[in-house]
Write a protein that binds this ligand. Sequence first.
Ligand SMILES: *Cc1c(COP(=O)(O)O)cnc(C)c1O
Length: 391
Amino acid sequence: MSTPSIMPTYKRLDVSFTHGEGCWLYDTHGRRYLDALSGIAVCGLGHAHPAVTEAITAQAGKLLHTSNLYGIPLQQELADRLTRAAGMDTVFFGNSGAEANEGAIKLARLFGHRKGIDKPAIIVMEGAFHGRTLATLSATGSRKVQAGFEPLVSGFVRARYGDLTEISAIARNNPRIVAVLVEPVQGEAGIRLPPPGYLEGLREICDANDWLLMLDEVQTGNGRTGRMFAWQHGSAAPDVLTTAKGLGNGVPIGACLARGKAASLFGPGNHGSTFGGNPLACAAANAVLRVIEEQQLCAHAEQMGDELVRQLREALASVPGVREVRGKGLMVGIELEAAGTGLVEDALAAGLLINLTGDNVIRLLPPLVISADEVTQITHILATLLRNRAA
Ligand SMILES: *Cc1c(COP(=O)(O)O)cnc(C)c1O
């Protein structure tokens, strides 16, 4: 609920939660809801996961923050763990997805300047979402996000998502390009999957032109698509990879990772963050990555995601108004023929938390720890809602 003292930047639903457990949230009236959104792909381990609670309460009793003027062993431990899990060499820690992408954009520009390109440009995609800071909203492919905040940051060239031919054409015509920034699956645009081989195709073009391939895995990372990072479904290892959302299970943390020639671009004074990689956030993220690995949650997410898509396709096959069910792991979209007005509210009333993107796509991002029974409950509630709407 909005109060006059909070800037009204969000359209909020009329519900507040007091606590949660696993895939369930409890509101101020004691009603419980099945959470098929995870706070927008953040709480991958579900709510109140004991390993995260333990890690942050123990750390809170010792040390929250010291600044990056000193060594932070927990940050070093996380850096080792995360670079290994992502197949990258180095990492810079910030506090959000947008900040991680700011780091990537700065890396690309520095890479360009080192090559003697003084006005470097980055290829970004139609429909992309990269954040709300000035540089990242400029990189974002949505007029709604940009309108009113001009002048935009320059140095971005737009291409169609999934189209390699257009990228090759830009390569022939624009000598200022230094990098491609792309989401392996577009989240905010409505769970849009590129054609098979797309990232590998981009990798080839980047290699041929000495560009950096930069993947925004803020939403797709940390097990969400059924691999620790979505690029690991294929062979296109990026030069730069950003992540955030699921990394701290709700404790704010973002990371900009780099590999090979991009790994040592930043030197002392090139970048910084007061809070980035502080002991509390790193304790949370270390616990998250440890649990994802120990409990093989990537494989579980892939299995549950496949099952969710299969069940939804079957249950919605004959329901009018449903165009397509698609997904990768536990990143699932149901595209409708018309705007899904009122659907989020109806689902809430039925005890299910979902979200709409691009007006007509129901987005499901349940916790990675979801059970087969909970998958069936999501299908059942949604099928009932969509059948009633069509009737
Ligand atoms: C959410 C998101 C961001 C922005 O992350 P914030 O933490 O809100 O700044 C950037 N890129 C993608 C792909 C996202 O899904």
